[in-house]
Structure formats: structure tokens, C-alpha cells
Ligand binder design. Structure first.
Ligand SMILES: NC(=O)c1ccc[n+]([C@@H]2O[C@H](COP(=O)([O-])OP(=O)(O)OC[C@H]3O[C@@H](n4cnc5c(N)ncnc54)[C@H](O)[C@@H]3O)[C@@H](O)[C@H]2O)c1
Length: 312
């Protein structure tokens, strides 16, 4: 029987990774998770998956030699290992180390091994605060924190190894990912948990300013499908947005969650100056290159989340 191709998956034990692994198995891959399990790695869930087709290398992407050894024999790579945006502002040293040195270790080893494809988790935050919507891949880039700078540098490094060693890569710029398994400490989307918890306790959500800052919430199941498609698609060497293309303001989110919980509280608006940022992805390239479009409407995804939270 021919052996299954192995995907090296750094940071695969985290929130999004745990949704991607079953899709890779369905597509006939073996998965070698490479995860330090220090930040948010989901140990119980990972252990329940371990077996012939899923293995765990518990190590840090900052150790280049270990990354090279884990890369041996891998057919493709998904690189997610990262330290989050909020930690990056509090501790730029660690962020630069993991998000720049770690990125380089993985990309260099992938190029050296001659893998068929590398899929890199980039972020919508590389755009900074966009001058206009929707945000298209070729629009202005303005990364504002060490995390975002590291994410964009990773894209440039992919491009370097493409020229140097023929690496075939896709950088997926994820927008605001939400859904089951999300950590309550998640940076942008923590507002969802915060609102749900308050409304459940009969308390009104508190909104800074007018609540007109917006995000493009994309369900983790749709994100995972985009990742799996990027591993397999024929075209490569570009950044691709992964969002819905629809912006939801914080005020709309509060109204939606209040309705989903079945409450009649009214949000409290806290009058103060806030920097109003808006986000909505241009997703034409994702449809064209990946044959991917989002399938879960924000309202349905949020309702499901509330249902789970009420049941749990
Ligand atoms: N969740 C979002 O909304 C979002 C948005 C944009 C981009 N992204 C990117 O998508 C990827 C996955 O995000 P997520 O939400 O699943 O993150 P997550 O924090 O849940 O998972 C990250 C994983 O990386 C591992 N890790 C951290 N540092 C490591 C290191 N030095 N060596 C090895 N493993 C390490 C952690 O243990 C964890 O399992 C990340 O690269 C993230 O930056 C996420």
C-alpha cells in the first residue's frame, strides 16, 4: 500500500489547527504536529487524535535543528506556530524570536527539504488600519505591532525562498476567526466571549464609543477548509485573504448576541473617543485560486456559539 504523504503542522495543536487536522486526515494525509504546547496547545484534544496518522513532536520552532529533523520526509508544511498579538506588544523580544526566527527556521527547512507546498498563517493585521474597504491583497500594507511585522516578514521570507530554492507557498491572511474551541484570551474576538458572558448573567454589554468599529468575523470551520484547499491547490506564491467580506460592527455584534441569548438587555454605550477601525476582506482571490467561499453566515455561527455556551 503506498504510504500517505505527511504534512508537518507547526502550531497545529492550537485553536484553528485542531479544526484543520480532521480535514487533512479526510484528504488522505498523515499529520506530524510540531507544537511547544506552551501557550494554547490543546493537550487533551491532541492526545485523543494521536495514532498511526497523527503524531506530536513537542518542541519549539525556535530550535532550528529540531525543526530540520521534523521536516525530514514531509511532503508539505503548514506553519502556524506563533505568539499572539497581545503578547507581542507586552513582550516584543519573545515575539520577534518566535515569529521571525521561528518563521525562518521553518521556511528554510521546508525549502531545503524541497516540500511540495508550504501554507503560512499570515493575518489581516498586516494591513493595519486600511484607508478603504474591502481590503485587497495588493492594497496598502501597514503592520503596526511586532506580531504583524513578523507576519508580513514571514510572507517576504516565503518569497525569498521561492526565488532561492523554488519553494511553493501560500500565505493565508486570516481575518477575525471565531468558533468552537476559541480561547477566551483571543485578542480581537475576546469581545464575543465577553459579551456572551455578560448577557448570560443578565448584564448589559458595555460598548466603547458608538460601537461602529467593525471586524470581519470568519468561522473557524471555513478557515480550516481554506487551509486544506491551500495545501492542495495548484496555484501558489501569493497571499490570499480568508474572511467573509462582510463587516460587523461591535454594536451589531452586541445586538446579535443579545438576541441569540434571548435577553432583552440594552447595551450601554460608554462615551469616549475610540480609534474606529474597520475591516472587511476582498475574497475574490480566495474564490479564484482556492475555489473557496465562506459557508457559515456570521449570524448562524454566533447563534451556534451562544447555544454551546448556554449548554456548557
Ligand atoms: N485566531 C485568529 O483570529 C487569527 C487571525 C489571524 C491570524 N491567525 C494566525 O493563525 C495561526 C493559528 O492561530 P490560532 O488562533 O490557532 O492560534 P493559537 O494560539 O490557538 O495556536 C498557536 C499554537 O502555536 C503553538 N506555539 C506557540 N509558540 C510556539 C513555538 N515557539 N514553537 C512551537 N509551537 C508554538 C501553541 O502552543 C499553539 O498550539 C497563528 O499563526 C495566528 O497568528 C489567527
Amino acid at each position: 500500500m503506498p504510504t500517505k504523504p505527511t504534512v508537518l503542522f507547526t502550531g497545529g495543536a492550537g485553536f484553528i489547527g485542531m479544526h484543520v487536522v480532521p480535514m487533512l486526515l479526510e484528504r488522505g494525509y498523515r499529520v506530524r504536529l510540531y507544537d511547544s504546547m506552551t501557550y494554547r496547545g490543546n493537550r487533551d484534544q491532541v492526545e485523543s487524535m494521536l495514532g498511526d496518522d497523527v503524531e506530536l513532536v513537542e518542541n519549539d520552532v525556535r530550535y532550528g535543528g529540531s525543526v530540520q529533523r521534523a521536516m525530514k520526509g514531509c511532503e508539505s508544511v503548514i506553519h502556524f506556530a506563533t505568539v499572539s498579538i497581545n503578547k507581542s506588544v507586552a513582550d516584543p523580544d519573545e515575539s520577534i524570536d518566535i515569529n521571525m526566527v521561528g518563521n525562518h527556521n521553518v521556511l528554510a527547512a521546508a525549502a531545503e527539504e524541497g516540500v511540495r507546498r508550504l501554507v503560512y498563517a499570515s493575518s489581516a493585521s498586516v494591513y493595519g488600519d486600511p484607508p478603504s474597504l474591502p481590503m485587497a491583497e495588493d492594497g496598502p500594507i501597514n503592520p503596526l505591532t511586532p506580531y504583524c511585522i513578523g507576519k508580513y516578514a514571514g510572507e517576504l521570507l516565503c518569497s525569498f525562498y521561492e526565488r532561492q530554492k523554488g519553494l511553493s507557498w501560500i500565505a493565508l491572511r486570516f481575518f477575525n476567526v471565531y468558533g468552537p474551541g476559541q480561547k477566551t484570551s483571543a485578542y480581537y474576538t475576546s469581545v464575543i466571549n465577553h459579551f456572551i458572558n455578560r448577557v448570560r448573567n443578565g448584564e448589559a454589554p458595555i460598548i466603547d464609543g458608538m460601537g461602529d468599529q467593525s471586524m470581519d468575523f470568519i468561522h473557524v470551520h471555513d478557515v480550516a477548509a481554506a487551509v486544506a484547499a491551500a495545501v492542495d491547490t495548484e496555484r501558489s506564491n501569493m497571499a490570499i485573504n480568508v474572511g467573509t467580506g462582510i463587516q460587523t460592527s461591535v454594536a451589531e455584534l452586541a445586538a446579535l448576541l443579545i438576541k441569540a441569548v434571548g435577553s432583552d438587555v440594552e447595551p450601554i454605550f460608554n462615551p469616549r473617543d475610540v480609534l474606529v477601525s474597520r475591516r472587511a476582506a476582498d475574497i475574490a482571490r480566495a474564490a479564484d485560486v482556492l475555489g473557496w467561499t465562506p459557508t457559515i453566515a456570521v449570524q448562524d455561527g454566533m447563534y451556534e456559539l451562544v447555544k454551546e455556551s448556554l449548554a456548557g
